[in-house]
Write a protein that binds this ligand. Structure first.
Ligand code: DGY
Length: 319
């Protein structure tokens, strides 16, 4: 019996490939570079199942190249790289990887809160530049977190996990979300729900943890930044285009806000030039889920989705 053809368009951890090989005829791109379109399309021509990364644009061109496609399993919780309505119109099932990267991403968000409020990137650069320095009472003073308000925009699983971490650092939690969190979660966190303007105006640190969509495109623009306090910080571990990066560079340069820490960028992997020279900007290359354990769990969850569908079952985590 012929096995279904599975095309994996990016390099993923072996345990994910092993699961796929049990059920399908697997072709996988094995380089860390983004797969060239000609090679991708050549492989998609006979693909029934595609396992994709967030660097793949699953758009009309992708779907046109894959006439037999039945499913796209994205190895990411975010799926703004996928034209979901176009997939639906062609009967292509889409899955993502929620849950397994919650802790890693919340850890990274908390690390960025600490980095930007305690000026750790700046300190690192000082040492590495071999600039002479000496301990000083007033040297590189940061901002303490105890009693400060963390305003979380998007209170899904990652937002809640970040709030739990921030509570351990003595922060108070406010959030902005379409729906209220469960009462027991709000009680555990002592969290209050605010509209966006109030959250921006009253938070010491604003963390973006919402999905990217048309509705959240440039949610944080010059106007929103202007509503934040001059001594406040912005952290983005969600998706780059939620922030107007050019407006952010201006706001950081002009002291509209005190600092920002970004794991994601508007035109990734490009970074707004204006941010590069700013000491109050912490910039890291989309590392939210980048632990060995988490990336392995993401790959195996994507593969388990494919295995489920090939076996005639419902996908585990459909979009
Ligand atoms: C995701 O899964 O959406 C993350 O951005 C990957 O790190």
């Amino acid at each position: 019996m012929t096995r279904p053809r599975v095309v994996v368009t990016g390099r993923i951890p072996e345990p994910g490939l092993d699961l796929l090989r049990e059920v399908g005829d697997v072709w996988a791109w094995t380089s860390d570079e983004v797969i060239p379109t000609e090679i991708r399309d050549e492989q998609l021509a006979s693909a029934e199942y595609a396992v994709t990364l967030l660097t793949d644009r699953v758009d009309q061109a992708f779907l046109d190249a894959a006439p037999a496609l039945r499913m796209v399993a994205n190895v990411a919780v975010g799926y703004n790289n996928i034209d979901v309505p176009a997939c639906r119109a062609r009967g292509v099932t889409v899955t993502n990887t929620p849950g397994v990267l919650t802790d890693a991403t919340a850890d990274l968000a908390m690390a960025l809160v600490l980095m930007v409020t305690r000026r750790l990137g700046e300190g690192e650069r000082l040492i590495r530049s071999e600039t002479p320095w000496q301990w000083g009472m007033f040297m590189m003073l940061g901002t303490g977190l105890q009693g400060r308000r963390l305003g979380i925009v998007g209170m899904g699983a990652i937002g809640v996990a970040l709030a739990d971490r921030a509570r351990a650092f003595g922060m108070e939690i406010a959030y902005h979300n379409r729906s209220a969190v469960a009462p027991e979660v709000a009680e555990r966190l002592g969290a209050i729900r605010l509209d966006l303007d109030e959250l921006l105006a009253t938070s010491d640190v604003v963390s973006l943890n919402c999905p990217y969509s048309e509705a959240t495109h440039h949610l944080i623009d010059a106007d929103a930044l202007g509503k934040m306090r001059e001594d406040a910080f912005l952290v983005n571990t969600a998706r780059g285009p939620i922030v107007d990066e050019a407006a952010l560079a201006v706001a950081l340069r002009d002291g509209v806000i005190a600092g920002a820490a970004l794991d994601v960028f508007e035109r990734e992997p490009a970074v707004e030039q204006g941010l590069l020279g700013l000491d109050n900007a912490v910039l890291v290359p989309h590392l939210g889920s980048a632990t060995i354990e988490t990336r392995t769990a993401m790959a195996t969850l994507a593969a388990r989705n494919v295995v489920a569908v090939i076996g005639g079952n419902d996908p585990i985590t459909p979009v």
